[in-house]
Write a new protein. Structure first.
Length: 126
């Protein structure tokens, strides 16, 4: 059996704003309302399903993107004065990282989820 990711649920206390920001950051069409989700299609049948939630928990989602998408996302962060960091603990503000020969940046969506854009994955052994 082949295993593939189908979707991930992104809980947030501001569903519309979180979905809109994520779509813009990734250069994707706006999400589509399906039931109580706003579904953002990433390709290959995978979606991020943004769900309204009043809980205090947050997720970390990392999106592997090409250089043009990274540049667009970083420009949005800077032009809209959205706080961003080079590290997941948010200790290195207003800079990006250059891990694994690529670039990466962390930012919070309006619901407080810790999102990441990166151009190179960490090395893994399969």
């Amino acid at each position: 059996m082949t295993v593939a990711l189908d979707h991930v649920i992104l809980p947030t206390n501001d569903q519309a704003a979180s979905a809109a920001l994520l779509s813009r950051m990734l250069g994707l069409p706006p999400g589509v309302a399906v039931g109580h989700f706003i579904c953002i299609a990433l390709g290959n049948g995978v979606t991020v399903d943004v769900m309204q939630s009043d809980g205090d928990s947050s997720l970390h989602l990392a999106f592997l993107v090409d250089d043009d998408t990274f540049d667009r996302g970083l420009a949005i962060l800077r032009s809209e004065h959205i706080s961003h960091w080079a590290d997941p603990g948010h200790e290195q503000p207003d800079v990006i990282n250059h891990r694994y020969g690529g670039r990466g940046v962390y930012f919070a969506d309006p619901g407080g989820n810790n999102l990441e854009l990166l151009t190179r994955s960490m090395p893994r052994s399969d």
